[in-house]
Design a protein around this ligand. Structure first.
Ligand SMILES: Cc1cc2nc3c(=O)[nH]c(=O)nc-3n(C[C@H](O)[C@H](O)[C@H](O)COP(=O)(O)OP(=O)(O)OC[C@H]3O[C@@H](n4cnc5c(N)ncnc54)[C@H](O)[C@@H]3O)c2cc1C
Length: 532
């Protein structure tokens, strides 16, 4: 079936959920031609995710969709949950994401820097409303999104992956892609075909849900949005998509007919005078499973295909997948453009798999999942939410100076520009207004320094290595946030992570910058000697 005349493309993305659509958007934004195939016609009638973190919003800000995703302060305060008899019945105690939080322990949390950690908050938007925003922006940037198209099989070759695709109308055709992104969900037929096993806690529970529409906004006024129903014959979680739709998640796998579903919804609301409309029902396998490898040859796993993490108030599900896609996109763009060697792509697994494991550990260390946790998991120290979201450490061949002794996550001001962590947010003057470092540091390689010798070095080294290397003049605030002296420099990657840092001027700044950039970018043409 395969022939050398098959249409050839740089990247094929399989799966049009949040991870796949983000990958299409981030790649298209970086100028990479992508085809995305999704076997369904559109988003599922039954949304899953609603909570999107500050970090996800920073990535959306980079690709200019944040104005379509209304922000809430969600990233700065996790969803609150309370045990209740029913929505209108007795309310008991709040159950904490972080132990002691509802007793005011947040006062013990160290103060944030005056400028905050981010120019963004989080967002509460139902998945079926977010997916079309991502899809439309990806298409506007040139992504070729083919709905109703299923990957049937694929073959890996040394120079390409040949994929067999089938449209809903039965037409079958092949595509040659240089790389494939498997964003095909938790069951991931691609991961299974590659024979990549998964580790982790495993399947926790199979549960059923019912989605309904009702006017119950008055019960959200306290700021609590998750209601754990505790009645002898009804145990479950009642929550809302904040658009009139509510979700009752049963804590069992029992099939219920429509009349029973109606009775259970009324019981969970606890009032007989409220009308509601059933929309649909669902069945979910809650699991904690992480692939042993996030890539195999020319195929890369993102999102639930790489890791399924059960719904948690840290937003470790879809958000982790969106961050995977951002991490992978700049690396694929660099390799496909010829700037970087394919070895750069090895850093995707090296950087993202430990993050999935860290999040896995945090879920079972917390009270929400105590019922499933082993003794060892319960003893995992609980990490600060800001550290988990904005201060996770990457260790790989695309970073210099992130030693094994460093902790896995700290708050941004504790890292203070440590290589392997996200360059912190600092407001910078910009004409009459101001701009965040987050807006300046998530596109190209950037050298941040005050000393003009670095500006010249950046221009020469970028030219020598064929790497687009931007120079950002650092004022005192930014130098302090990055812990560099007046003659120091910080090299930031296209995903906004610090790759290398010289706190002061090295004896051979040009050579050191050239060697460092060549190493972390896996530059294809490091002609270091020509600099001399
Ligand atoms: C009840 C619930 C609530 C949740 N809430 C949150 C939350 O608030 N925040 C959060 O971060 N996470 C949350 N999650 C987790 C989150 O929903 C998932 O992590 C996320 O949706 C996974 O996205 P994905 O793109 O990796 O996979 P999916 O959304 O599963 O998408 C995979 C896509 O691949 C397609 N596909 C599969 N095989 C093929 C093929 N062969 N060819 C073509 N297409 C194919 C599928 O049709 C599907 O559309 C929640 C999960 C549940 C169950």
């Amino acid at each position: 079936m395969q022939s050398s005349s098959d249409p050839s493309i740089p990247v094929l993305i399989v799966g049009g959920g949040l991870a796949g659509l983000s990958a299409a958007l981030f790649l298209a934004w970086r100028g990479v031609s992508v085809v995305l195939v999704e076997k369904h016609a559109g988003s599922s009638l039954h949304p899953r995710a609603i909570g999107f973190t500050t970090r996800t919003l920073e990535l959306f800000r980079a690709v200019a969709i944040s104005e379509h995703v209304p922000e809430t302060p969600l990233g700065h305060g996790r969803p609150r949950r309370i045990q209740v008899e029913s929505l209108a019945g007795k309310w008991f105690s709040e159950t904490d994401w972080n132990p002691g939080q509802s007793r005011g322990a947040e006062r013990a949390v160290p103060a944030r820097p005056a400028q905050g950690y981010s120019p963004c908050g989080g967002a509460a938007i139902a998945q079926d409303k977010l997916e079309p925003i991502l899809r439309e922006r990806a298409i506007a940037l040139g992504a070729d999104v083919r709905m109703n198209t299923e990957l049937r099989s694929f073959e890996q070759h040394s120079d390409a992956v040949v994929a067999t695709l089938r449209q809903r109308d039965g037409r079958e055709y092949t595509l040659r892609a240089q790389y494939v992104i498997a964003a095909d969900g938790h069951a991931s037929p691609i991961r299974e075909a590659l024979g990549i096993p998964r580790g982790g806690h495993g399947v926790l529970q199979v549960v059923r849900s019912v989605l309904f529409r009702a006017e119950l906004e008055q019960y959200l006024e306290s700021g609590i949005s998750q209601f754990q129903i505790e009645q002898p014959d009804l145990k479950g979680m009642l929550t809302t998509y904040r658009d009139g739709r509510w979700l009752l998640m049963f804590s069992d796998d029992q099939e219920r007919d429509e009349a029973t579903l109606r009775a259970k919804v009324a019981q969970a609301i606890g009032r007989s005078d409220v009308g509601f409309e059933l929309i649909t029902s669902g069945r979910w396998v809650l699991s904690a499973l992480i692939a042993e490898r996030f890539s195999s040859g020319r195929v890369f796993l993102t999102g639930d295909a790489a890791h399924t993490l059960p719904p948690a108030r840290g937003g470790y599900g879809a958000n982790t997948g969106i961050e995977d896609s951002f991490n992978l996109a700049w690396k694929l763009a660099a390799v496909l453009s010829g700037v970087s060697e394919p070895a750069l792509l090895d850093s995707y697994d090296a950087e993202r798999r430990p993050i999935a494991w860290l999040r896995h550990g945090q879920i079972f260390a917390r009270p929400d999942y105590a019922a499933w946790a082993t003794e060892a998991e319960k003893n995992v120290p609980i990490l600060d939410d800001d550290a988990m979201e904005l201060g996770q450490l990457y260790r790989s061949q695309a970073v210099i100076g992130a030693g094994d002794a460093l902790p896995p996550a700290l708050r941004p001001e504790q890292w203070a520009g440590q290589p392997g962590t996200r360059a912190p947010h600092v407001w910078l003057p910009h004409g009459e207004t101001r701009v965040s470092t987050i807006d300046l540091l998530q596109r190209d390689w950037t050298l941040v320094a005050a000393d003009q010798r670095w500006r010249e070095a950046a221009a020469r080294v970028g030219g020598q290595l064929g790497v687009e290397l931007t120079f950002l003049q650092a004022g005192a605030d930014l130098r302090a946030a990055l812990s560099i002296g007046s003659a120091g420099a910080s090299l930031v990657r296209p995903d906004g992570y610090v790759a290398w840092r010289a706190r002061e001027l090295p004896s051979e700044p040009l050579e050191e910058l050239c060697a460092s950039l060549a190493r972390v970018a896996h530059a294809r043409a490091p002609r270091i000697r020509e600099l001399a």
